[in-house]
Design a protein around this ligand. Structure first.
Ligand code: NOJ
Ligand code: CA
Length: 698
């Protein structure tokens, strides 16, 4: 206690004459000052307690003096901002953007370079960015490094994945900060297994909980024309430092004034629900650049997809992935998934069960040769296999009022994709596909670039922009993780950019706590195409020698439709598996994917999450509750329902003997009449969940 008090005094005295900005509630205070050597420093407190100790700010330039010292303050300006805006698709139909701002304008005494640092304090956190005005002394420049630090006060609990510049598809580790150790994890980041002892790298968003119960999250917003920020961890001193992803020759970013860096964000609250429900990342992005957004629509979809992951069919036509070239082996193997006939079966099922869309993977030539070959010209994104009659399929889908979702796997060959992009999008328009799922499996070509580098960030953003020109929606897989750019380009409806359901089909999979962490990390930057809805949970169903399984109960798969927000949401399992459990499938048919309101009822990262959401433009509500590997009993109050209305609640829950490992499918469905005064007891099995639909009856 004494020590903390001393720290606090030190904190106050150090920043006695500093510029500062506080959150509208006054709970969060950010102080700025220049050190004796002119280095910019900031510190943050929450309810008068230091949360970020004095931490360095600045940028190192290539071939120019660093912008991390020798500064003096030209001006500083405080202001306030408060507005509401309406996302095209979202977790709520109106978002409040309320913050106080401090802009500190600096000039470097030696180089005369001007740099502003813009700070914003929201109720759930703070953000800051570097702003480089147009000036004679700084026009075109290269960023060699960013010195931004986050100097933490305590040995927090941390949910971390290793700092791999090519992939975010990792399981989360839950350890103390001092125990972060990625030295045994083989990463693509130029350091790989050779991490310097004691110095480790993790990815952001980084979710933490302090020993005293404060929730902290470090992330970034509006990553545009800049590389992704990973975090170097000094495990002894609890200090995090920005690690910008380099390009093939080690440079971090090429910029030209006027320009800005992305926002560096720190969320702080003693209530985890404030973090999981925060719209701060979206708020820090530019408003929509698309004027007419009427063509951007939510979609619930099925697809020719899981059948390949479970080994029932193949993407390629000739049946020998990586072995032969399509041209040399044009004979059908008989296992090809994307046939005209199979696609029509999916379209029929979608029409019958009210799905908006059908995704088809493996429809185009190239899959014989796609993965691991580092070949530049694999796909042309327009040539279908001989057994996929794209014109007939498109006409059939239209006749059934079902939309087709195109798949563009680039196999990391980005230069090739950009060359073909306009023809690929024209082809989509021609056959009336409103959405594309893109994919970037493997190493990036041009060789030496990372998925998280500036070039690739620009590529992902460019694809969203160009897609908007064609009125197409984008759902990217293996992209860098979103940082709220979906506000600016609302047609960028979802991304994968984390470890999705597919891992359960062919690897050790995702542990039950995985889905209780993602909403605190990956989902803060935008919706995730997690592909829930697996009913046949054990892979031994497909092949008795297989031991893999989805680490879930069936009821939890239903709850994920509410807890894992995405306006383009898949029902991922095989059609025949849905036909076997029609009563449980009813929830997937009913659940909304676009919302007026969201209530975060219970939340603890790594442990559990309960969210209730109101369907956009309707009176119906849906609730999802999930737990990690521990069974959980809890009571929820239905205060969110409209006063005076009666609702029919259909509760889809784990059966008494359900267990993600021993008995995952066992579920029970019961119906109740409830009002906003009712309470419901939830009984979640180990690795389980509960899903509830509420339909008004008066
Ligand atoms: C990985 C994607 O995440 C998955 O959804 C897709 O089926 C495969 N790549 C093939 O493109
Ligand atoms: Ca846990």
């Amino acid at each position: 206690m004494k020590y903390l008090f001393f720290l606090f005094l030190l904190f106050l005295s150090n920043f006695g004459n500093a510029q500062s900005v506080q959150s509208p509630s006054g709970k969060i205070v950010l102080n700025f000052k220049l050190a004796a050597n002119g280095q910019p420093l900031y510190a943050v407190s929450y309810k008068n307690k230091a949360v970020i100790l004095e931490s360095a700010l600045g940028i190192k330039l290539k071939e120019k003096p660093a912008l991390d010292a020798n500064f003096e303050i030209l001006t500083s300006k405080n202001s306030s901002f408060n507005e509401s805006w309406k996302p095209v698709l979202g977790e709520q139909s109106s978002i409040e953007n309320h913050y106080n701002e401090l802009i500190v304008s600096l000039i470097n005494k030696e180089s005369k370079v001007k740099m502003n640092i813009i700070f914003r304090a929201f109720d759930e956190g703070v953000a800051f960015r570097y702003d480089f005005p147009k000036q004679a002394d700084l026009n075109y420049f290269i960023i060699a490094d960013e010195v931004t630090q986050f100097n933490l006060t305590e040995n927090n609990k941390v949910f971390w994945i290793p700092g791999d510049f090519d992939s975010n598809e990792y399981e989360y580790n839950e350890t103390k900060l001092s125990e972060i150790d990625n030295s045994k994890i083989n990463m693509n980041n130029g350091i790989g297994v050779k991490s310097i002892p004691g110095k480790y790298m993790v990815q952001s968003p980084l979710m933490m909980k302090s020993p005293s119960g404060l929730y902290l999250n470090i992330f970034e917003a509006a990553v545009v024309n800049y590389p992704v920020m990973h975090l170097n961890v000094d495990v002894k001193n609890y200090k995090l430092t920005a690690q910008l992803v380099p390009n093939a020759i080690g440079d971090r970013a090429y910029l030209q004034t006027p320009c800005v860096s992305p926002w560096r964000t720190i969320m702080i609250s003693n209530d985890a629900r404030d973090v999981v429900g925060s719209k701060m990342i979206l708020n820090l992005n530019e408003p929509s650049k698309i004027d007419d957004t009427s063509w951007i629509k939510p979609m619930k979809y099925i697809g020719i997809w899981w059948e390949m992951h479970v080994g029932k069919s193949t993407w390629d036509y000739a049946g020998s992935q990586n072995a032969t070239n399509f041209a040399d082996a044009p004979k059908a193997s008989g296992k090809h998934g994307a046939t005209t006939e199979n696609t029509k079966r999916y379209i029929d099922f979608a029409a019958k069960n009210g799905f908006d869309g059908v995704l088809v993977e493996g429809w185009n030539v190239g899959w014989e040769d796609w993965n691991g070959n580092w070949k530049e010209e694999v796909f042309d994104f327009v040539t279908p296999y001989p057994d996929f009659d794209i014109a007939a399929i498109s006409a059939y889908a239209k006749s059934k009022n079902v939309k087709m979702i195109m798949h563009h796997e680039t196999s990391g060959s980005v230069a090739n994709y950009e060359r073909h992009l306009d023809r690929a999008f024209e082809n989509m328009v021609k056959y009336d596909y409103p959405a594309v799922k893109t994919g970037y499996v493997g190493k990036i070509i041009p060789r030496g670039e990372f998925h998280d580098g500036q070039t690739m960030v620009n590529h992902f953003n460019f694809v969203a922009k160009r897609a908007a020109d064609y009125k197409l929606m984008v759902n990217s897989h293996e992209s860098s993780r979103p940082t709220g750019y979906g506000r600016t380009y609302p047609n960028y409806v979802a991304a994968e950019a984390a470890r999705g359901t597919e891992f359960n089909a062919w690897s050790i999979g995702n542990p039950p706590m995985h889905e209780t962490i993602l909403p605190f990390t990956r989902l803060l930057g935008g919706p995730m195409d997690y592909t829930p809805g697996i009913f046949e949970i054990k892979m031994s169903y497909y092949d008795k020698n297989k031991t893999e399984q989805v680490h879930t109960t069936l009821a939890k798969q239903l709850a994920l439709y509410v807890t894992m927000y995405s306006p383009i949401q898949m029902a991922a399992d095989l059609l025949e598996n849905y036909e076997k459990y029609p009563d449980a499938f009813q929830f997937i048919k009913d659940v909304a994917v676009d919302w007026d309101e969201s209530k975060y009822l219970q939340a603890e990262p790594g442990d559990y999450l309960t969210i209730a959401r109101k369907a956009k433009g309707k009176e119906s509500w849906f609730l999802g509750a999930i737990t990690d590997e521990n069974a959980r009993k809890t009571e929820i109050k239905l205060e969110f329902l409209t006063k005076g209305k009666k609702y029919k609640a259909i509760i889809y829950e784990d059966a008494k003997d359900a267990d993600w490992k021993k008995n995952p499918i066992a579920y029970k469905i019961k119906t109740m009449i409830v009002t906003n005064k009712s309470k419901i007891n939830l009984n979640l099995a180990a690795g389980g969940g509960t899903a509830i639909s509420f339909e008004p009856i008066n």
